[in-house]
Ligand binder design. Structure first.
Ligand code: NAP
Length: 502
């Protein structure tokens, strides 16, 4: 356990909506931030007088647009608001977050006052100067929020935590944006006074905010400390990854002091140097391993000390374990793919398998199928690419079939193209029901949605199916076992992924 607080941010325009949001926020919040800049200006005074009668910890904010607020507020309006607040809050019941410029003018007795700065420029180097300016004011808490376009932009504000501890200051360091999410998750464990959360997904009041429920139930932020082992998914984008939900469910199941975090990384070289490698790192988060996803699965290899046989043959690493300062690479996609297939189909020796697509996932599937002595044919829109891959793995290739042509000469059909994924391809299928008849099994690597057009086509043709979630969970389980040497809890990991998908 740490002593940090969860502050849920509430942004409502009307009294009715505000009351509803406060009730919802109270489920998880230690402190509820009332964004007065969201409220209809005609009800501000009335709301302020009323909230003083409620027995809850509120934080009052009245933020101008240029500092991330909801609407334009001129200096005079802000000054009047805060004078009115100070008059009403004489008993110092409420917290207040007052921007630096106003604190130079208002006469504040130091109590429950946060002095804040919000920098959207992405110039993280400014954080130290901002810290020094903010410390001029004798506020109880300092809040520095900077925009992070890349994870490297979040290092400067994080380093201030160490300094604040030495100088006995209570700091709230936040790197905004997807690339700064990790600061919101790990802040409390490293001494931040508070972390901000949204009411729910879709109700964020700042970029990169995580819902209070996810912060507490998935990331268990209040249970983390400096000894917590850190894992995560390194890629770009990572915002929609299900891996944090699967792995954190597994850590919780085994009651491990470990957390799994999305790390949006654009510059892999700098990330490895500044966060991972003992000799060069600037920030020590107690990293023990990470998953690697698009676009870094190949590029990570040059940073590793050793890689396993599967990763070498496939030419891609999706798992890194860190032990005694060394980085070990693995590929669990191949095993993750083959395990559900073996369980459904049985012995794969001499089975005739059509792989649709010739990208990275296809490589892992072909590698795994070859090990099982299956007979593989690759079908891809780029015939040259399919042939190159087929030659490398000593399998067959062919041009894509027309809609009138059947796959009946195959036992198993595997989709490794993105056709069917939510978004631009969601209505597309790599094969139709009429083409699938007489095939024994259809395997779609797509898991979002669970029911893809390809799976529906197979069902129409009364062919048994395996969906992509099975592979996702299985490859995640192998990762968990590599990192922890414990049995991965399949039921909990699948349920967590499925809950998030739904
Ligand atoms: P990738 O390297 O980009 O390969 C995609 C393949 O699909 C390429 O051969 C590509 O052809 C082909 N393709 C793309 N659009 C197409 C279209 N409109 N029509 C026909 N073929 C098309 O991607 P990947 O890493 O292999 O991943 C492929 C899919 O598998 C992704 O949707 C991913 O989410 C899913 N996946 C799932 C799991 C899991 O655990 N369930 C694991 C890995 C991947 P070109 O080369 O001509 O572009």
């Amino acid at each position: 356990m740490n002593n940090g607080k969860i502050c849920v941010s509430v942004c409502a325009e009307t009294t009715g909506e505000l009351v509803k949001q406060i009730k919802q926020a109270a489920i998880y919040a230690d402190i509820i931030e009332l964004r007065f800049d969201c409220l209809d200006k005609n009800i501000i005074r009335n709301v302020m007088e009323n909230i003083l009668r409620i027995d809850k910890q509120f934080l009052v904010t009245f933020r101008p647009k240029e500092q991330g607020g909801k609407r334009e507020l001129n200096f005079r309006e802000r000054l009047k608001f805060w004078e009115f607040f100070l008059w009403n809050n004489k008993a110092k019941k409420l917290y207040a977050d007052i921007e630096f410029d106003l604190q130079l003018i208002l006469k504040l007795e130091s109590n429950k006052i946060i002095v804040s700065s919000h920098d959207f420029s992405g110039l993280s180097g400014n954080s130290t100067a901002t810290y020094e300016i903010l410390t001029i004011i004798n506020s109880d808490f300092l809040k520095i929020a900077v925009n992070a376009n890349d994870i490297i932009d979040s290092t400067a504000v994080w380093k201030l935590l160490e300094r604040a501890k030495k100088e006995n200051k209570k700091l709230i360091p936040i790197a905004m944006g997807e690339a700064g999410k990790w600061t919101r998750i790990l802040g409390l464990a490293h001494g931040a006074f508070m972390t901000y959360a949204s009411l729910e997904s879709g109700k964020e009041t700042a970029s990169g905010q995580i819902s209070a429920q996810d912060l507490i139930e998935t990331y268990r932020v209040k249970e983390l400390n400096e000894q917590t082992e850190v894992y995560g998914i390194v890629g770009n984008p990572v915002a929609h990854s299900l891996s944090p939900f699967m792995h954190n469910a597994a850590f919780k199941f085994h009651n491990l002091n470990a957390v799994y975090i999305p790390f949006e990384v654009k510059n892999l070289d700098e990330f490895v140097a500044k966060f991972i490698r003992e000799e060069t790192r600037e920030i020590d988060l107690n990293f023990r391993g990470f998953s690697v996803t698009i676009p870094h699965k190949e590029a990570i290899i040059e940073h590793l000390d050793e890689i396993d046989e599967a990763a070498k043959a496939i030419g891609a690493v999706n798992t890194v374990k860190i032990e005694n300062g060394k980085l070990y690479g693995f590929n669990t996609d191949a095993e993750g793919f083959i395990e559900p297939l073996r369980n459904s189909y049985g012995d794969l020796k001499d089975s005739r398998v059509a792989i649709l697509g010739a990208g990275g996932a296809a490589r892992a599937c072909i590698y795994a199928l070859k090990k099982e002595n299956a007979k593989v044919t690759i079908f891809a829109r780029n015939v040259e690419k399919a042939k190159g891959l087929a030659d490398e793995f000593k399998v067959q290739s062919s041009k894509l079939k027309a809609q009138s042509e059947s796959f009946a000469e195959f036992d198993i059909l595997v989709n490794t193209t993105p056709l069917g994924t939510n978004g631009e391809f969601e209505n597309e299928t790599p094969a139709f029901a009429s083409q699938i008849e007489n095939v024994k099994l259809v395997y779609d690597l797509i898991y979002n949605p669970v029911e893809t057009p390809f799976i529906k086509a197979a069902r129409k043709a009364t062919v048994p199916t395996i969906g992509g979630l099975a592979m996702l969970v299985e490859q995640g389980m192998k990762q968990f076992e590599i990192w922890t040497s414990k049995d991965a809890p399949m039921k909990e990991m699948s349920a967590a992924a499925l809950r998030k998908l739904k």
